[in-house]
Ligand binder design. Structure first.
Ligand SMILES: *Cc1c(COP(=O)(O)O)cnc(C)c1O
Length: 811
């Protein structure tokens, strides 16, 4: 927490602007004003940053490193101001200078180095670790291009590169002196000296990993942690130069490009990674650089390598950073000279792993040949781990060859990352109760029987600072007025708001806040899409990646049915609704892109049909990202969480919505179940197949999409509308969606859940008519959202997995 008053801030800011731009503030562009503000805040942060590091280097507290291929942090300015406790001072000072803080905040380019939930979770965790004074840092890749920028053109997704660094990044600091060399390829030379076998990688391709550090500001506690992202560079410029002198300039350039390719792009989700050598390279690149720098730092400050696991915890976010396990083994064996047994013990105690999905196509595996050629020494270590581990299995499961080969790390020509992660770590956690149960019962049951104590649940969470305090300040103020501000540090205290749920004054105030937020969003919708929407209609929102299992199709079919009903009966008595969608489809995921086309075609037709426009409108907002989510969520009445039961490991947008006073319509999937348990059945609208029914279909079959369709006239009509030219002259335009539902027998049970979903939507309509009753539900949702703060999640990780017993003290 820094103390600075308005007039000092003003002076500092003007000075900073002059220094940075060499001109007076009045002549600057808004972007220049943003840049000056950002770098001033970074200056403010610098001192606490150094202090934090000095304290933790001296103390013996456990350092946590969160390894993740993705960090979806979004914008940093607003959060940094909030957490430093100077957002209002800053707003006032800028006001005096005729500058609008929000306008500047909106100019910051989102740091979009992630696909969706997994990357956003990593970002919320960083915020919580800093705010809870836990010495915890992020380690990842500084992709030159983030997740692609999405534009909807003629109703279709068009991808453009996300050149987020084009205008610079005020938050990062390049640390050339902290660079590490990562080695690829070559061979392993084996020699014996003094009875010890020495392994050396020779003829390898060296790549320089250069770290860029970003400060992560804790909430009013003077703690500044670090997000360290690695960028790939050629090891030395001399290489270029000597080649150049030999007239091989192009060759040198090619080398440079191939090196830089490593940190060039983020792979989109939902693509098949198999065979993607570059992705394997990315994984080893940041994991090796990260571990080398952690060990170097640890030793520099007097740490004894035999006690490494007492002072360092390494967490791997999904299997993407699993190479941390053999890489740590390599360092301990080859560079520190420890025995296999000691190295294995330290590695197991240090590393913990989170599983994020049970979708089979998302399980990572690498062809042995590729793995071995790219990482020869790492492969030897994995092979040895596999050998020793399979020996154990042979003794335990005598003759059960199928089981053993299923559980092996290396089998069928592949290295399996999930198996490696389970064997090489001390903790495996799922991200919601149901998900963890499914892991134990089904997907990983063999491992659960082998290592029952490794398995545990850590239900996901979200940072209430970003998703409530910062993005919905009116709601925050109402909470402070009613229950005081203790919930800011202790989000569970939001429960005190429960009793206000029955107070009609509070219900009215909640409705006013919601309406104000809806007006703001309506303005944004008009400015970006040219569509006029009615802020008094129900804002019915589904925003998330477009994926078959998330079932945007179910939502869309229901809108198509409603539209047909309204054409037939223009006097149909419904509460007006605005359906809002946003989300990106992986560029190679044809069905998801076709779903976007369908939603946009339905929107085009409905929005231009005057017969129904006082009742329904549809909006698909372009380029879903963190900063857009922050604007949509506070304006939402109804949160759509309608994935096929068992498929959504947790979900986190469901938590953001409830915290902002939306009612959820949901299947009993992921964390929706836990939301239901918190708010009670009467404050959430549940529909759809149960876990048991879904698993039954998958195991025993018996599902017939055609039968379900043919027995429901509404389904016959809407599925016909997909292919009869009703929404597009080209009858084949939505063929992919159609075939997925019928020809390929509806893998995600959209048709089966249709009836129950429509009934649930009728309930929404009924409840919303009594706006006080509705706001009572919203209030109860808000009151019980505290448990979904990522502060709760992080405390569980800290005590249950990392063993961070001592937090930063006396800073
Ligand atoms: C929270 C969030 C997600 C995750 O959403 P789910 O609905 O849980 O899949 C994805 N993208 C962004 C930008 C988010 O803020």
């Amino acid at each position: 927490m820094i103390s600075v008053d308005k007039s000092t801030f003003k002076k500092d800011y003007q000075k900073k602007f002059l220094e940075l731009h060499g001109m007076e503030l009045v002549n600057g562009t808004n972007f220049q004003k943003y840049e000056a503000l950002g770098s001033l805040i970074r200056d403010y942060v610098a001192e606490s940053w150094i202090n934090t590091r000095r304290k933790t280097d001296k103390s013996k507290e456990k350092q946590v490193y969160y390894f993740s291929m993705e960090f979806l942090v979004g914008r940093l300015l607003g959060d940094a101001l909030l957490n430093l406790g100077i957002r209002e001072t800053c707003r006032g000072a800028l006001n005096d200078l005729n500058i609008d803080l929000e306008e500047l905040e909106n100019l910051e380019h989102d740091q979009g180095l992630g696909n969706g939930g997994l990357g956003r979770l990593a970002a919320c965790f960083l915020d919580s670790m800093a705010s809870l004074s836990i010495p915890g840092h992020g380690c990842g890749i500084r992709y030159k291009y983030g997740f692609f920028e999405q534009k909807i053109i003629n109703g279709t997704q068009v991808e453009a590169p996300d050149n987020w660094l084009r205008e610079g990044n005020v938050w990062e600091i390049k640390k050339l002196d902290k660079a590490e060399v990562v080695k690829f390829g070559g061979e392993v030379k084996v020699e014996e000296t003094n009875g010890r076998i020495i392994f050396t990688q020779v003829n390898y391709e060296p790549i320089l990993a250069v770290p860029y550090d970003t400060p992560i500001v804790g909430y009013k506690n003077n703690v500044i942690n670090t997000l360290r992202l690695w960028s790939a560079e050629p090891v030395s410029n001399e290489f270029d130069f000597s080649s150049f002198s030999r007239g091989e300039f192009l060759k040198a350039l090619a080398y440079k490009n191939s090196v830089e390719a490593i940190s060039q792009v983020l792979y989109p989700d939902d693509s098949v990674y198999e065979g993607r050598r570059l992705r394997l390279k990315q994984q080893y690149f940041f994991v090796s650089a990260g571990l080398q720098s952690i060990v170097r730092h640890f030793k520099k400050h007097g740490g004894k390598i035999e006690e490494f696991d007492e002072h360092v915890a390494i967490h791997i976010n999904d299997t993407h950073p699993t190479l941390a396990i053999p890489e740590l083994m390599r360092i301990l064996l080859d560079e520190e000279g420890l025995s296999w047994e000691t190295a294995k013990r330290i590695t197991n105690n240090t590393v913990s792993y989170t599983n994020h999905t049970i979708l089979a196509e998302a399980l990572e595996k690498w062809p042995i040949d590729m793995f071995k050629t790219l990482l020869p020494r790492i492969y030897m270590i994995v092979e040895e781990m596999n050998k020793r581990y399979c020996n154990e299995l042979w003794n335990k499961y005598i003759g059960q060859w199928d089981k053993i080969s299923k559980m092996a790390i290396i089998a069928d020509g592949y290295v399996r990352m999930a198996n490696l992660a389970i064997v090489g770590s001390h903790s495996v956690n799922g991200v919601a109760k149901l998900h963890t149960e499914i892991l134990k019962k089904q997907e990983m049951s063999d491992f659960y029987y082998l290592y029952p104590s490794k398995f545990n649940n850590k239900t996901n969470g979200i940072s209430h600072r970003r998703w409530l305090l910062k993005s919905n300040s009116d709601l925050k103020n109402l909470l402070c007025e009613t229950i005081g501000d203790s919930f800011i540090k202790h989000p569970m205290d939001m429960e005190m708001f429960h009793k206000y749920a029955y107070d009609s004054n509070i219900q009215k105030k909640l409705n006013d806040i919601k309406l104000k937020n809806k007006n703001k969003l309506a303005k944004l919708i008009y400015e970006t899409k040219g569509i006029v929407v009615d802020p008094n209609s129900i804002f019915d929102v589904q925003i998330k990646r477009i994926h078959a299992y998330k079932r945007q199709t179910l939502n869309c079919l229901r809108i198509m049915d409603l539209y047909r009903q309204l054409i037939e009966n223009p006097n149909l008595d419904i509460v007006p609704r605005t359906f809002i969608f946003a989300g990106k489809a992986a560029p190679a995921y044809y069905l998801a892109k076709n779903t976007i086309e369908l939603i946009n075609a339905v929107a085009e037709k409905i929005n231009n049909d005057k017969r129904v426009n006082d009742k329904i409108k549809i909006v698909f907002l372009d380029n879903y990202r963190v900063s857009l989510a922050e604007k949509i969520i506070p304006a939402t009445d109804l949160s759509e969480q309608i994935s096929t039961t068992t498929k959504e490991a947790s979900g986190t947008s469901n938590m953001k919505f409830m915290m902002n006073g939306a009612v959820t319509i949901a299947t009993l999937d992921g964390a929706n179940i836990e939301i239901k348990d918190e708010v009670g059945e009467e404050n959430i609208i549940i529909f759809g197949l149960t876990e048991r029914e879904v698993l039954n279909y998958y195991q025993k079959g018996g599902y017939s999409a055609w039968d379900i369709r043919n027995n429901d006239n509404r389904l016959i009509r809407v599925t016909d509308d997909l292919i009869n030219g009703f929404y597009n002259n080209d009858k084949n335009r939505f063929r992919s969606v159609y075939e997925n539902l019928l020809t390929y027998n509806d893998e995600f049970f959209v048709l089966k859940d249709f009836d129950s979903y429509l009934n649930a939507q009728n309930k929404v309509d009924k409840y919303y008519r009594d706006i006080n009753q509705w706001q009572q539900m919203c209030a109860i949702n808000i009151a019980h959202s505290g448990i979904f703060s990522s502060d709760r999640t992080i405390l569980e990780y800290a005590t249950g997995i990392w063993g961070s017993t001592v937090l930063y003290k006396n800073l």
